[in-house]
Design a protein around this ligand. Structure first.
Ligand code: SAM
Ligand code: SF4
Length: 446
């Protein structure tokens, strides 16, 4: 049965920043096809759920979201596309489970979304979970001309590390680096569109390598140094990094590249060498600590961030205590911590000594209490500091704007005469656990 071609769309992204980036590219692509974004709160003709498979909870949310879409008050249902890592991992099983899902499209195939929509409009279902090398980026349209002040740019995808708990190597495929020229071109387009800050993204972003315009092999530090010269680009960030790919060159860049922000997200996952070994992380707690020390020598004010998993199979009280100890030693400005979630098909899911949920809950609470305290302390130490602030959105109070400090802290400010996209100077006058209050000093020189 044929169906009308959708005129309006909604793309909803779950999970990591790379999904946020993919979601933006899908919106730009559907826009280029003549579709328009649905008004906030209005029903869309096409709904794309750009999914995350990293933990079980993330997957469950997708099925409850689909359930809601099927209960629309007007009795109609939109064309439904499941994209992202759940699409890649579950493929046609999704359509077997919920026949109303019209399209299943993997993270390396979403450039085909308009064709898949056209196919469904002619009648039937569509599925594309191919992993062609890089063709997605080759065929996506140039970045939209209007950008927010802070933009994401995927430079690297996939993972060859195979941590025993993680689905990414299966859902995103092998590690690949986008070519230098394509990245520089996209960064230029983003800046022309209004971006002042670019966050370079990759599952292991610091594994990025490629030839520069003279044919020399460069690492992520070389790319950052090239982007540093891009007129109008004022801030560069990158995430997520793996400790094993933290090169001396990248560490040095934190010391001398002015636009590289003093923030490093470097997950350790556990403070126990035995657990790191079982996780196949291939770094030790000590090598991780030494990395942090080296970065702090070149950039003493750097804000360090991390990821932690509690309750990995076999984690003893002593292993967990070792995690608390590495947290105390490193002193994090911000961190993400998760209960271990067994993922189908990963080696850890079949390991003995799975940890009971109640114990995981207890450990997560203790870890988060410590991390929250450190985050609050980091914020309190910012009191009185004068810093730049890139304004990104409006706040709840009249005249209030919100942006980020170089250390990725949210700062609220009443900024008369300033607008979203401006870089202003502020003094930090208040500090809470999750955000700071600033007083505007002046507009920063461009
Ligand atoms: N490549 C990055 C690294 O090696 O640190 C991480 C990318 S992963 C998408 C983001 C985070 O999700 C991981 O750092 C880990 O803490 C968490 N994660 C991954 N698999 C998980 C699982 N099965 N259960 C709980 N957390 C998990
Ligand atoms: Fe997952 Fe490990 Fe790869 Fe990070 S390095 S994406 S945690 S397999």
């Amino acid at each position: 049965m044929t169906r009308p071609t959708p005129k309006t769309f909604l793309v909803k992204s779950f999970g990591c920043q790379m999904n946020v980036y993919d979601g933006e590219r899908m919106r730009e692509m559907l826009g280029a096809e003549g579709m328009t974004p649905a008004e906030p709160g209005a029903d869309a003709d096409l709904v794309v759920l750009n999914t995350c498979h990293i933990r079980e909870k993330a997957v469950d949310r997708i099925y409850s979201d689909i359930g809601r879409l099927l209960k629309r008050s007007d009795g109609e249902r939109p064309m439904i596309a499941v994209a992202g890592c759940v699409a890649q991992a579950e493929g046609s099983e999704i359509q077997r489970r919920v026949k109303e899902v019209d399209i299943v499209v993997g993270p390396q195939a979403y450039h085909n979304l308009p064709d898949l929509v056209a196919q469904v409009a002619k009648g039937g279902h569509a599925l594309d979970t191919d992993m062609p090398l890089l063709s997605k980026f080759d065929t996506l349209p140039r970045r939209a001309r209007r950008q927010g002040p802070s933009a994401f740019l995927t430079v690297q995808e996939g993972c060859d590390k195979f941590c025993t708990y993680c689905v990414v190597p299966y859902t995103r495929g092998a590690e690949i680096s986008r070519p230098w020229a394509a990245i520089v071109e996209e960064a230029r387009a983003l800046v022309e569109g209004g971006a002042k800050e670019i966050t370079l993204l990759g599952q292991n972003v610091n594994a990025w390598t490629g030839e520069d315009e003279t044919g020399n092999m460069r690492g992520l530090d070389g790319l950052i140094r090239a982007l540093d010269r891009l007129p109008g680009l004022e801030r560069i960030r990158y995430t997520t990094s793996h400790p094993n790919d933290m090169t001396e060159g990248l560490i040095q860049a934190h010391g001398d590249v002015e636009t590289l922000m003093p923030f490093l997200h470097l997950p350790v996952q556990s403070g126990s060498d035995a657990i790191l070994k079982a996780m196949n992380r291939s770094h030790s707690v000590d090598s991780y600590r030494r990395l942090i020390d080296r970065v702090r020598i070149v950039r003493p004010d750097i804000a360090v961030s991390g990821d932690f998993i509690v309750g990995f199979p076999g984690e003893s009280d002593a292993d967990f205590e070792a995690t608390l100890q590495v947290v105390r030693d490193v002193d994090y400005a911000l961190a993400y911590s998760f209960k271990y979630s067994p993922r189908p098909g990963t080696p850890a899911a079949g390991m003995e000594s799975q940890i009971p949920l109640a114990l995981m809950d207890e450990r997560l609470q203790a870890l988060q209490a410590l991390l929250n305290e450190q985050q609050h302390d980091f914020n309190l130490r910012s009191l009185g500091r004068r810093t730049s602030l890139l304004l990104e959105r409006t706040g709840k109070l009249p005249g209030q704007l919100i942006g980020k400090s170089p250390w990725l802290q949210s700062i609220h400010v009443i900024a008369e005469g300033a607008a979203i996209g401006d870089m202003i100077e502020v003094e930090i006058v208040s500090a809470g656990p999750n955000s700071l209050g600033g007083a505007m000093l002046e507009m920063a020189a461009a």
